[in-house]
Write a protein that binds this ligand. Structure first.
Ligand SMILES: Cc1cc2nc3c(=O)[nH]c(=O)nc-3n(C[C@H](O)[C@H](O)[C@H](O)COP(=O)(O)O)c2cc1C
Length: 356
């Protein structure tokens, strides 16, 4: 039976164990969306996780929704990410940059061009967002035109090429958590009447197009994708047919021979999870929402074969040496939510390791 400490591979990447760093927004980028020296230190500190998936990173100005998130579409951003990838590679780990287009979960005050957010349809989510003026309701977005959808696909392609130019080992397409790509999947956010709305085939079209374009650009072995079946973040409701939606989407994505599928699993439908596992030909990363970080709970999905890798979120944020701590059964530092987003080293690079 597979357990946490067994080695594995993701395409050409060798991993010494089954843990990975889950993507986490930290909102500490320098002006113009450039990751700074603290980001290089933060990721390098967590190198024993082997596979590090970065914070959500915008592929374009339209793709930004939160303050101080990094981008990966300008030469300055590529240069900034290069310092991160060099630091991570020096410690023998691998880095996938998560490409996150927030769609409607945005605020004009948070973006470089101060424009209205974009979405499949002009539907206001019931959600709030942090801005320089404190928490504000998310404003009504405008619907993307067909031409703009093609531009969005091209932006993902360009961002993926930029990530590779920055030395990243790959990218993770963020199609989860209520952001642009999941907004297209969900009938309550997507009421388009063209080929991107309505049927399951139409609502999944953009996700598949983005994945195919990115795979074509940088090679399918360098592309992962994150989905959150049953997730309701960002006022998403995929409706009672979400099982059929994800069975269809994963079957289409499976044809692209991607490096991995990353499920952030909110559903209690175990049949759906088993079906998605069986439909997926390569590595499956599984993070169950609300699961506890104990050896027993992390091992369970590896032993059953449902998962190949189990990423860690907030526990890895708070424990740079989480792999060592789990191996030796040491106590874990407690994550401090007040310093999750924004600020400097406090709550970012100053969580102690056992050695310290
Ligand atoms: C501070 C913070 C920021 C996050 N940002 C992202 C993100 O940018 N992209 C993403 O896909 N998930 C994001 N997540 C979700 C995590 O990847 C993970 O799925 C979640 O924290 C549950 O895992 P955990 O129970 O191990 O913390 C974030 C979570 C936290 C705590």
């Amino acid at each position: 039976m597979t357990n946490l400490w067994d080695a594995t591979t993701i395409k050409d990447i060798q991993l010494k164990h089954r843990l990975a760093l889950a993507p986490m927004t930290r909102s500490r980028a320098l002006p113009d969306g450039v990751p700074g020296p603290l980001a290089a230190e933060y990721y390098a500190q967590r190198a024993e996780l082997g596979l590090l998936i970065t914070e959500g990173t915008q592929p374009s100005a339209d793709g930004q929704g939160y303050l101080n998130t990094p981008g990966i579409y300008t030469p300055e951003q590529i240069a900034g990410w290069r310092t991160v990838t060099d630091a991570v590679h020096a410690r023998d780990a691998h880095l996938f940059i998560q490409l996150m287009h927030v769609g409607r979960i945005s605020h004009p005050g948070n973006t470089p061009h101060h424009r209205q957010g974009v979405a499949p349809s002009a539907i206001t989510p019931r959600a709030s967002i942090y801005t320089v003026d404190g928490m504000q309701p998310v404003p009504t977005p405008r619907a993307l035109s067909i031409d703009e959808i093609a531009t969005t696909v091209a932006d993902f392609r360009h961002a993926a090429a930029s990530a590779i130019a920055a030395g990243a080992d790959g990218v993770e397409i963020h199609a989860a958590n209520g952001y642009l790509l999941q907004q297209f999947l969900a009938p309550n956010a997507n009421q388009r009447t063209d080929r991107y709305g309505g049927s399951i085939e139409n609502r999944t079209r953009l996700v598949v197009e983005v994945a195919a374009a990115v795979a074509d650009e940088i090679g399918s072995d360098k592309v992962g994708i994150r989905l959150s079946p049953g997730g309701r973040l960002g006022d998403i409701d995929e409706g009672p047919e979400y099982g059929a939606l994800y069975r269809s989407l994963v079957a289409e994505l499976a044809k692209l021979d991607l490096a991995y599928l990353h499920l952030f699993y909110f559903s209690d439908d175990e049949n759906l999870l088993a079906d998605l596992r069986h439909a997926w030909p390569s590595t499956l990363l599984l993070l169950r929402a609300g699961r506890s970080v104990t050896i027993e709970s992390l091992d369970a999905d590896l032993a059953s074969g449902l998962a190949d890798v189990v990423p860690l979120g907030s526990s890895a944020l708070a424990n740079p040496d989480i792999v060592t701590r789990l191996r030796v059964g040491a106590e874990l530092n407690t994550p401090v939510p007040a310093t999750f987003y924004g600020g400097g080293a406090d709550g970012y690079t100053d969580y102690p390791s056992l050695a310290a």
